[in-house]
Write a protein that binds this ligand. Structure first.
Ligand code: F6R
Ligand code: MG
Ligand code: MG
Length: 380
């Protein structure tokens, strides 16, 4: 170990979570162990060559998750290429095993420096490590990026969720939200609590306005230019122009010492809120917090699920994970989610279980409606 001298640049740490569905097993339920094994081999090589410091390969439903610790910054072409090449190699295995939808999120033939817009989902955070650096990686399946709006808002802006917003002076400056309009590809920065009502006016429309990043507010002990949370906002149907599977999102959230405590970061998931994306990307249903072992989407291809992997970050190494929803404290949320799932299911093909027409545009429903076009005649 080298002793740091005054004036030495301390490299910031970057945590990159890059995920893709490159083949399901069976159907769209889970990830085959061989894909995990192969990804671990590829990322192990990248540790040995010095490209990354550490990694974990995980699975949420049918999505393969690559979590990497390194010092290269966000949007780094070498890191993105590593993820892309790993998914490419995994796709070969998926094809050999005839896994379902092999290579489904690989929307481009050639890598061109960044995986954004190519199919995989990405959440990245670059920051100066504190003395103790807790971080949670959230991974969802069978839903869309806007599914994170409610829980992220509650963590960083709702004093009924986060006691620290009231009790801890270091949180009193609030937080700044970077919100993306994913239809128009625009963004806006807004501060909570000052602009709380305007923030909610946008992010309540979760299929369009999506929280992308959160930054510390004025007076925070943390650097204000370093994000404390990031969400993947790729929309597969926007990229491909047609329905090619979903954009099951991921998020990274830092915790404690001037940020929401770990328990305040997890608390929003005690309420299994309704999200879109269940069965054929076409249904609303509750998001169920589950353990890693239960991250398999079975009932009606769901219900939508979220897992939480907890780490301490140490010089870009990932100390963990702890399977944070593997806790009886979340049993009630699972029970409620089960009941709400049954209630929603009883609507069958009716809205609001099925998504409204405008959100069905990129599914297979328009093909059904096209068949009926000529049958319509003027009505007085
Ligand atoms: C995939 C998903 C699934 C599929 C459904 C139909 O992430 O949500 O519910 O949409 O299983 O899949 P296909 O059309 O491939 O038979
Ligand atoms: Mg799939
Ligand atoms: Mg998926």
């Amino acid at each position: 170990m080298r002793i740091l001298l005054q004036g030495d640049m301390v490299a910031k740490t970057t945590i990159s979570l890059i995920k893709a569905d490159i083949g399901g097993y069976p159907g769209h339920a889970s990830v085959h162990p061989e894909l995990i094994k192969l990804a671990e081999e590829k990322l192990r090589d990248a540790v040995n060559s010095g490209l990354i410091v550490d990694f974990r390969v995980m699975a949420a439903g049918d999505d393969l998750q690559l979590l990497m610790g390194h010092t290269k910054g966000i949007d780094n072409s070498e890191i993105h290429e590593l993820a892309w090449k790993t998914f490419e190699a995994g796709t070969e295995v998926a094809k050999r095993l005839k896994l379902y939808g092999a290579g489904q999120d690989m929307l481009s033939d050639a890598f061109s420096g960044n995986v954004r817009g190519m199919g995989p989902g990405i959440a990245e955070l670059e920051f100066t490590e504190r003395k103790g650096e807790p971080l949670v990686a959230f991974m969802m399946d069978k839903t869309e990026p806007g599914a994170f709006n409610l829980p992220i808002y509650r963590m960083f802006a709702d004093p009924f969720n986060t006691a620290g917003l009231i009790i801890d002076p270091s949180l009193h400056g609030g937080f700044k939200f970077e919100i993306w309009d994913i239809m128009e590809h625009k963004r806006v920065f807004m501060s909570a609590p000052d602009e709380m009502y305007d923030i909610l006016a946008l992010i309540g429309a979760k299929s369009r306005y999506v929280i992308k990043r959160v930054y510390p507010g004025e007076g925070s002990p943390l650097p204000q230019d370093e994000p404390v949370a990031a969400v993947s906002t790729e929309k597969l149907y926007q990229i491909a122009g047609k329905y090619v599977g979903k954009d099951d999102p991921v998020a990274l959230v830092r915790a404690q010492s001037g940020l929401p405590a770990l328990g305040e970061v997890l608390e929003p998931f005690a309420f299994p809120h309704l999200v879109s994306g269940w069965m054929r990307g076409s249904h609303n249903g509750p998001i169920m917090p589950v353990s890693f072992a239960n991250a398999r989407c079975t009932r009606f291809d769901g219900p939508p699920r979220v897992i939480a992997a907890g780490f301490q970050i140490s010089n870009a190494s990932l100390v963990g994970p702890v399977d944070l929803f593997d806790d009886p404290g979340f049993d009630e949320a699972r029970e409620i989610a089960g009941r709400v799932a049954t209630y929603m299911r009883r609507h069958g093909p009716f809205e609001p279980h099925r998504l409204p027409m405008e959100d069905m545009e990129y599914t297979t429903l328009p093909d059904v409606l096209k068949k009926l076009e000529n049958r319509f005649e003027p009505a007085d």
